[in-house]
Write a protein that binds this ligand. Structure first.
Ligand SMILES: Nc1ncnc2c1ncn2[C@@H]1O[C@H](COP(=O)(O)OP(=O)(O)OP(=O)(O)O)[C@@H](O)[C@H]1O
Ligand SMILES: [Mg+2]
Length: 296
């Protein structure tokens, strides 16, 4: 049984089909990126998993059950949704303690969770003075309280600075790969999750566009470099000698695997070969995502 399972999920809001027959699953020990342009239906899917949206048809299951049927949800699934509201006058610690009490968890979990998200020093500060990034971390802390093994995070990188995004990457990977949790994280920015996720599900206009492992969608992360030169016939064997796999596409154009752009440049320089183009080809994943976002 998958930790998270979406089966033929359909949800309309009036004439808008927000989610139109989406299916995918997330296994324990892995991070899945749920990607799509604005309005694609990501939040609607995640809210369905949390019992906040009632699907027209299909199912959204956590640990094989609908959210409402989970005996103790906080111990099974932690969630961060968009625009989480905090009582601004409360301190970070008090905010979490209130949640602990409501969920029947020991108050000591508040400080442990603050520690985990790097907010221990701000425990006694009022949430009112928190930056957007600190609020995101606090939202994440609240998801950790019940030590769940399933995480559903809607655009958790929003508002984080580059260092915060880097921290989040490591944190999500740790949850999945070290603690064995199932992590589903949405984003409308591919680059934000590309270095974090094991699997990718892409949706647009409520429909599934592509899904697979990151390795599949990026040809195992293998970089293909296009090299253009009038002396391609001389350059190709030189690149092969340097360890590259060279495909001759057309007169003057090569596709090279196994060498980086710098090495290719050096090989050309050594042979005094003029190169007019050295470009990295986009991965399938980047191409698919770009087409979706450009088509808007
Ligand atoms: N409560 C609602 N009432 C009416 N329409 C809604 C509601 N929630 C979502 N929608 C519509 O459903 C579609 C999908 O919205 P959703 O918020 O799920 O997309 P998203 O992928 O999360 O987008 P974003 O990247 O902007 O967060 C949009 O057209 C949106 O306007
Ligand atoms: Mg959204």
């Amino acid at each position: 049984m998958a930790a998270i399972e979406i089966k033929n999920l359909v949800k309309s809001f009036g004439p808008v089909k927000a989610v139109d027959g989406v299916s995918f699953s997330v296994e324990a020990g892995s991070v899945t990126g749920y990607l799509g342009p604005n309005g694609a239906g990501k939040t609607t899917t995640l809210r369905s998993l949390l019992g906040l949206v009632t699907p027209d048809s299909g199912e959204a299951l956590v640990n094989g059950r609908r959210y409402v049927a989970l005996p103790r949800p906080v111990t099974e699934v932690g969630a961060v949704l968009e625009a989480t509201n905090f009582h601004p006058g409360r301190t970070a610690r008090n905010h979490l303690r209130v949640l602990c009490t409501a969920a029947g968890l020991p108050g000591s979990r508040a400080d442990e969770a603050l520690e985990q998200v790097g907010l221990a020093d701000a425990a006694d500060k009022r949430v009112l003075g928190f930056s957007l990034g600190m609020r995101q971390r606090l939202a994440l802390a609240s998801a950790l309280l019940g030590r769940p093994r399933v995480y559903i995070l809607d655009e958790p990188a929003n508002g984080l600075d580059p260092a915060g995004i880097e921290w989040l990457r490591g944190f999500l990977r740790h949850l999945a790969h070290v603690e064995g949790a199932a992590v589903l994280v949405s984003s409308h920015v591919l680059a934000e999750v590309e270095q974090t996720v094991d699997n990718v599900v892409i949706i647009a206009k409520g429909r599934l566009v592509r899904q697979g492992s990151l390795a599949e969608l990026t040809s195992n992360g293998e970089r293909v470099i296009r090299v253009r030169s009038a002396q391609a016939a001389d350059l190709a064997p030189a690149l092969e000698t340097a360890g590259g796999m060279v495909e001759r596409v057309e007169d003057g154009l090569l596709r090279v695997r196994g060498l980086d752009a710098e090495t290719i440049g050096r090989v050309a320089l050594d042979r005094r070969i003029v190169v007019t183009e050295v470009t990295q080809e986009r991965s399938d994943l980047q191409t698919v995502f770009l087409e979706l976002t450009e088509g808007r």
